[in-house]
Design a protein around this ligand. Structure first.
Ligand code: ADP
Ligand code: MG
Length: 326
């Protein structure tokens, strides 16, 4: 059974950046306004995230890493929404099967923080009182320690750190009111955005002024397919940077190959030589229209009327790019 749990966990968490994405979403769900991430060896040795959110009550530690257990159920009146948002309580459980997991947390009403570690989904001993501020510290050590093949496949800590950094940067732009910081253990911050910043300001901090000063607001509301789109695009090439594509659907960072391909096409017609541009899109769909059969932690999403919605977005993007040129 343990092997099966481990394999399942390894499917959900393929690399350190996947684990971090889940942890950031948990911190955001806990209404944090400050999120600090510390990394050692590309997240394989250490991946730690500290937030100032609501915290976890001592009595909830017991069930924290039980699969399909979530505290977020009560917030959603409607089961459909629950499923589509992917609140299935699998992230921490999965991490505990493939890493050494320690949780330190303090709620507003507790006089001290509590700390405990988890192995294979189970709380070890009882949570111990410790010093700490309100919020939660999740410490993930020796990721994939019990998955030799996976560990060998992820040979480059630098590449894993790059992926981690991309995840942090994208969330920092999407959630600009939250302050984010990322550093290597013992080092200085490589990424830092202030609390209560704006999306444009954070794009400037992260991608530089050359991109920030060219940003064009791009928004769209569509009645027939019930979607809303907001974001920023640019209409110039940055030959020194690769194409930056940030896509959030219902506030989750996702991949959508169909949409990416279409946007690539629009840009390669509009900027024929080398379409290195910047596109940040936040798409809001009716939660019921997202495909519930795709596992929530899988990054690729499917949704109802996908082709038509992609087509509508691509057409609007083209119009916007052409219009921006006059
Ligand atoms: P889910 O997010 O789907 O509920 P997770 O496995 O990601 O499942 O987290 C399990 C539970 O642990 C959450 O429902 C939440 O109650 C609690 N939790 C995890 N991370 C945090 C955090 N940073 N702050 C407060 N609570 C947290
Ligand atoms: Mg979660």
């Amino acid at each position: 059974v343990e092997v099966i749990n481990r394999i399942a966990a390894g499917e959900i968490i393929q690399r350190p950046a996947n684990a971090l994405k889940e942890l950031i979403e948990n911190s955001l769900d806990a209404k944090s306004t400050n999120i600090q991430i510390t990394v050692k060896n590309g997240g394989l040795k250490l991946l730690q995230i500290q937030d100032n959110g609501t915290g976890i009550r001592k009595e909830d530690f017991e069930i924290l890493c039980e699969r399909f257990t979530t505290s977020k159920l009560r917030e959603f009146e409607d089961l459909h929404k629950l499923i589509t948002y992917g609140f299935r309580g699998e992230a921490l459980a999965s991490i505990s099967h493939i890493a050494h997991l320690t949780v330190t947390s303090k709620t507003k009403n507790d006089i001290c923080a509590y700390q405990a570690s988890f192995v294979d989904g189970k709380l070890q001993g009882v949570p111990k009182p410790t010093a700490g501020n309100q919020g939660t510290i999740i410490t993930v050590e020796d990721l994939f320690y019990n998955m030799t093949v996976r560990k060998k496949a992820l040979r480059s800590p630098a590449e894993e750190y790059q992926k981690i950094s991309e995840v942090v940067c994208k969330y920092a732009i999407h959630n600009s009111s939250v302050g984010f910081a990322l550093k290597k253990s013992g080092g200085n911050n490589d990424v830092r955005t202030p609390v209560n910043s704006t999306q444009i300001e954070n794009i400037k901090i992260i991608y530089g002024n050359a991109i920030a000063r060219e940003l064009i607001e791009f928004s769209l509301t569509n009645e027939p397919f019930k979607f809303k789109l907001k974001g920023f695009i640019t209409n110039v090439n940055y030959s020194t940077k690769k194409f930056q594509f940030l896509l959030f659907i219902n506030n989750r960072l996702v991949d959508c190959h169909g949409l990416k391909k279409c946007i690539d096409q629009v840009y390669s017609t509009y900027l024929p030589n080398n379409a290195h541009s910047f596109v940040y899109l936040s798409l809001e769909l009716d939660p019921g229209d997202l495909d519930v059969n795709i596992h929530p932690t899988k990054h690729e999403v499917r949704f109802l009327n996908e082709d038509q919605i992609i087509e509508t977005i691509a057409t609007a993007l083209e119009t916007k790019l052409l219009g921006s040129n006059n």
